[in-house]
Design a protein around this ligand. Structure first.
Ligand code: GLC
Length: 473
């Protein structure tokens, strides 16, 4: 997103509306100053420059953390048919509203989520404070369509915040700009008075969230339909957020760049220098969906986490609690299994840095400084073919082509056992004498100490391979 282009467009639009060189100052219904540049300079550029200047420091804990828990919880959990049911099934508002009366979660259900997150090795949580359905899970003065004034009779966001803090986890708020319940939620696209009202409402809710719960670590915006960033007054939105929470980090889904990108349901690294976080479901649904049994395996989850870490990204993995707050058993089991694996192998994930690694069918790589972590998905075992090729040396062999540094030592993380190796640098590293059976599950990790940054460049090595020269002639 080109910030200069946005502010220029905003400026020109305001100029056009005012028909003069200066725009009038105005306030919205919350008494907040609206976007009214008095000169050609961007009134938010100082805030944005400060945001960029403090980014590395604000995001240090997040880069270290690597793994978070996403929680999709709301009225849609009562229906249990996916969080898009209201729209997808065309449920009329009065009918959908009935669920607000029938939403009776047990007290402090969030404590179980926070305990689960800790057991799972997750370092932060992000909960839906308002999803597209428009129901506020928190106490607000701006609508009675909120948890304290409906079935729950209490502030569910406060319970969540307290639960996360009690387990030493960082606290994130998901907030959907799109709102299917508010009367101006769609009308704001074509009706300027509706837009003003809806923007005041939106900014007002965000202000409450940023004011009433102490220090918040992440603001995770979602779906900016139907307005542009200018329409949402997203720069002013972020300015308010940073004034209230100077240490916070924000994502890019209010139409601005924010601090990090948010690939959804796939692991794709952003360009170097840009922070990113893959968000993903454990089955196929964000909200609780009774019939959805498409659970991912612990191996898929651990591999995705490693793949994120490999590219310098984070992994935000979702649970969809039921209406009473309980977490589907399958989710608990998968998270606990990966958590147990992280108890031993966490050093291959937490605090690792972006590396330069290829995709490999059996192996993932992460690194910290000169240490390379080899995370084996599919253990080779000992086959006759592997035996011939290793000249009948005992044990299994893992080969890594194109490692552009010398190896000093290697060990199995699970047992601490030293691993023998030979290196035909830079063509191939052979880790040898390995156990016949995979020493760990879902991934087995080998820690390899190298002389310098462990770059793996299999393609760059191609011209050096004797078989390349032979094949070409
Ligand atoms: C999409 C979906 C939404 C979900 C979100 C999570 O935007 O619309 O239901 O909350 O992804 O990233």
């Amino acid at each position: 997103m080109n910030m200069d282009a946005i502010s220029r467009r905003l400026f020109l639009k305001n100029l056009g509306a005012a028909g003069a060189l200066a725009c009038a100052t105005a306030t919205d219904s919350m008494g907040l100053a609206l976007d009214q540049p008095q000169t050609g300079s961007n009134p938010y550029s100082a805030t944005e420059a400060k945001q960029a200047a403090t980014r590395a420091q604000r995001m240090a804990w997040w880069h270290e953390a690597k793994y978070g828990m996403f929680i999709h919880w709301g009225l849609f959990s009562v229906l249990g048919q996916h969080e898009w049911a209201m729209e997808a099934e065309g449920i009329p508002i009065p009918q959908y509203e009935l669920m607000a009366k029938h939403f009776h979660p047990r007290p402090n259900a969030a404590r179980d989520w926070a305990k689960l997150a800790r057991r799972a090795g997750q370092k932060y949580m992000v909960m839906t404070t308002k999803h597209h359905e428009g129901f506020c899970m928190f106490d607000t003065k701006l609508t009675n369509y909120c948890a304290p004034q409906q079935g729950p009779g209490r502030d569910l966001v406060r319970e969540y915040v307290e639960a996360a803090r009690a387990e030493g986890l960082r606290v994130g708020f998901y907030y959907s700009l799109m709102d299917w319940h508010h009367p101006d939620g769609a009308k704001c696209k074509t009706d300027e008075a509706a837009r003003k009202r809806f923007v005041a409402y939106t900014h007002g809710l965000i202000r409450e969230l940023m004011t009433n719960y102490g220090k918040i670590d992440i603001l995770w915006y979602d779906v900016d339909w139907p307005l542009t960033p200018e329409g949402w007054e997203s720069q002013r939105m972020n300015q308010m957020v940073f004034e209230l929470q100077p240490e916070i980090i924000v994502n890019n889904r209010n139409g601005l760049e924010g601090d990090f990108s948010t690939p959804e349901q796939h692991v794709t690294a952003a360009k170097p220098g840009r922070a990113w976080e893959t968000c993903m479901t454990l089955n196929d649904s964000w909200g609780y969906n009774r019939g959805d049994n498409s659970w991912k395996t612990p191996k898929v989850i651990a591999s995705n986490l490693a793949q994120c870490a490999s590219g310098g990204g984070n992994y935000l993995l979702n649970i969809g609690p039921k209406a009473d707050g309980s977490v589907p058993t399958e989710s608990v089991e998968i998270l606990a299994t990966v958590g147990k694996w992280l108890d031993t192998n966490g050093k291959a994930i937490y605090g690792t840095e972006r590396g330069s690694f290829p995709g490999a069918p059996n192996t993932l790589f992460t690194r910290r400084g000169n240490t390379l972590y080899v995370l084996q998905k599919y253990w080779p075992g000992v086959t006759p073919a592997a035996q011939w090729m290793s000249f009948f040396q005992p044990g299994a062999v893992i080969g890594i082509g194109g490692l552009k540094t010398k190896v000093k030592s290697a060990r199995l993380v699970k047992t601490g056992q030293d691993v023998q190796f030979t290196q035909n640098e830079p063509l191939s590293l052979q880790l040898k004498g390995l156990p016949v059976e995979a020493p760990d599950s879902p991934l087995s990790v080998i820690e390899v100490e190298c002389e310098s940054d462990p770059i793996i460049d299999a393609w760059g090595m191609v011209p050096l391979w004797p078989r390349y020269k032979v094949g070409i002639s």
